[in-house]
Design a protein around this ligand. Structure first.
Ligand SMILES: NC(=O)c1ccc[n+]([C@@H]2O[C@H](COP(=O)([O-])OP(=O)(O)OC[C@H]3O[C@@H](n4cnc5c(N)ncnc54)[C@H](OP(=O)(O)O)[C@@H]3O)[C@@H](O)[C@H]2O)c1
Length: 337
């Protein structure tokens, strides 16, 4: 299976190094010719969980240079906004029956499938965490896996074949309810990650305040209502995604508090990746996280006031009009009450 990995950052670089090390026929696409040149001369190296791997002989070129070539599988590992931009070009690089596998957080797979109207688009997500120390040098941060599936649901031969192929490099699992898995991750990204970034706090820290609890409850509850209203039952990943006592809205109480404790135990100490984007002055993926929830909620008539307020606030922080701070959580609560 000829494979192209597009985006050689933290995640793409980690998968690419492990795949090349395993002897897989992998080509890499960067955004610019300069980045390709750097990787060609440095080679790739991953350390951390899963051990150290290196790859010296790397076929890497800027994405535009792949025009006219053909691949059976293209793994799209850019950030969400770049994925949307690159995908139409990439579809032309697929052999008949080939697959485009986006592994971004949020609604990217579904948005690509809707926009491109192509059955070539699969659903994917990564529970594998990685950082880029410098171009060509990556660190795998956990023993996670890539989860893939058909967006329409069910199992397919092609998903099975791709999972088997990729598993030689990194653990790859298959689910018949990929949309449910994407939503389970999206619920956590909308609430744990985005709110933590806005507050410049971990969830364990921001959830101790009254406003932290309330904003989490509104954000998560809206997003879950949108998922269910859109016909998707979020799939259990680590914690059951539907809180106990759910009746179209979150019902606070002891059972709910215990469920929150489970979420804090798993995700409570993570530094939100969006906070790193703020610190580095980078565009965030909020339009594909809370923004995706808000757009879909408007379309299907589910209230999304908190998620919409969060999107506006994240954009204001990106534009340096606001700074991430715990007081932002109080402001969000005032906005929706
Ligand atoms: N890292 C993780 O642990 C992790 C875990 C789960 C999910 N994810 C998701 O995976 C996606 C990638 O994350 P990441 O952390 O790997 O991001 P990243 O480190 O920023 O890597 C993205 C890479 O894509 C490149 N790129 C941008 N546009 C491109 C184009 N048109 N053609 C080829 N390459 C292009 C970027 O190059 P430039 O720098 O030149 O723009 C950058 O090297 C995100 O959606 C993220 O949410 C990441």
């Amino acid at each position: 299976m000829r494979i192209l990995i597009v985006g050689v950052g933290a995640l793409g670089g980690t998968v690419a190094t492990r795949a090349l090390r395993a002897g897989m026929p992998v080509w890499l696409a960067t955004r610019t010719a300069d980045s390709a040149q750097v990787l060609r001369s440095s080679g790739l190296r991953v350390s951390g969980i899963g051990g150290t791997s290196t790859a010296e002989c790397v076929h890497v070129a800027p994405i535009a240079e792949y025009a006219g070539q053909k691949f059976e599988l293209i793994v799209l590992a850019t950030k969400a906004h770049d994925a949307l931009e690159a995908a139409p070009f990439l579809l032309n690089l697929l052999v008949s029956g080939g697959a485009l596998l986006p592994i971004q957080n949020g609604g990217v797979s579904q948005m690509l499938s809707d926009r491109l109207g192509s059955g070539a688009v699969l659903g994917g997500l990564s529970n594998l965490g990685a950082t880029m120390i410098q171009p060509g040098v990556y660190e795998q941060r956990n023993a996670g896996y890539i989860l893939i599936g058909e967006l329409a649901g069910g199992f397919s031969q092609r998903v099975g074949n791709i999972a088997k192929t990729l598993s030689v490099a990194v653990e790859t699992r298959v689910t018949p309810n990929l949309r449910g898995a994407l939503w389970a991750k999206l619920l956590i990204n909308c609430s744990v990650t985005t709110l933590g970034a806005i507050a410049a706090r971990t969830m364990r820290q921001y959830i101790t305040s009254f406003s932290g609890k309330e904003v989490f409850r509104h954000t998560y509850g809206e997003a879950l209502s949108v998922a269910l209203g859109n016909g998707t039952r979020p799939e259990r990943m680590i914690v059951e995604p539907i809180p106990p006592g759910w009746h179209g809205t979150i019902v606070p109480g002891n059972d709910y508090d215990a469920w929150i404790e489970q979420i804090v135990a798993v995700y409570g100490d993570l530094k939100p990746s969006m906070l790193q984007d703020f610190e580095r002055g980078r565009q965030t993926e909020v339009d594909f996280i809370n923004g995706y929830v808000a757009r879909l909620g408007r379309q299907i008539g589910v209230p999304i006031a908190m998620n919409a307020a969060i999107v506006d606030m994240v954009h204001a922080i990106e534009q340096r009009q606001l700074r991430p701070d715990s007081s932002r959580i109080d402001e969000l609560l005032r906005k929706v009450e």
